[in-house]
Design a binder for this molecule. Structure first.
Ligand code: SF4
Length: 152
């Protein structure tokens, strides 16, 4: 059974995408952005192992919230998040937003990344750039980041 290392799961957030969302925070991040709001997320060992079943149960038990993958860097654990995303799509009607420090163009061309992208509804991409920080931006930390609708 696959496992994912997570920093936390927070239900009913309203800052990680539209509406209420269950935010799944991946542990581990290779980007190490200057000014990162959570440098503790960089070391994957700071996370706890979760089974896909246990994560899915929390998601399914919440009647109102959709889902957001964040971190840390979800694509650094792409295999586990792909399995989770497939099960969310086959077993629930919930939408998935995903935050990544990669730019969309860096993810295209990798088979597993593309499969994960195909399960997502919205990607928020790009590293956090302190010089482009803007507190007025909705759902983003810096103006280089893009909110990219993926679902057809
Ligand atoms: S991608 Fe996010 S979590 Fe990773 S270093 Fe940058 S701001 Fe921090």
């Amino acid at each position: 059974m696959k496992e994912i290392r997570l920093l936390d799961i927070v239900e009913d957030t309203i800052v990680d995408g539209t509406g209420f969302r269950t935010a799944i925070y991946a542990a581990g991040c290779p980007h190490r952005c200057y000014g990162c709001h959570n440098p503790q997320s960089w070391n994957i060992c700071n996370g706890k192992k979760w089974s896909i079943d246990a994560i899915l149960q929390i998601i399914e038990n919440n009647p109102v919230s959709n889902v957001t993958f964040s971190g840390g860097e979800p694509f650094a654990q792409a295999e586990g998040f792909l399995e989770l995303a497939k099960r969310i799509k086959s077993e629930t009607r919930k939408t998935i937003w995903c935050y990544t420090g990669y730019r969309y163009e860096q993810l295209v061309g990798n088979r597993m990344y593309e499969e994960l992208l195909s399960c997502l509804d919205v990607l928020v991409d790009g590293p956090f750039i302190l010089k482009q920080k803007d507190p007025d931006l909705l759902f983003r930390g810096s103006s280089n980041q893009r909110i990219i609708p993926l679902n057809k």
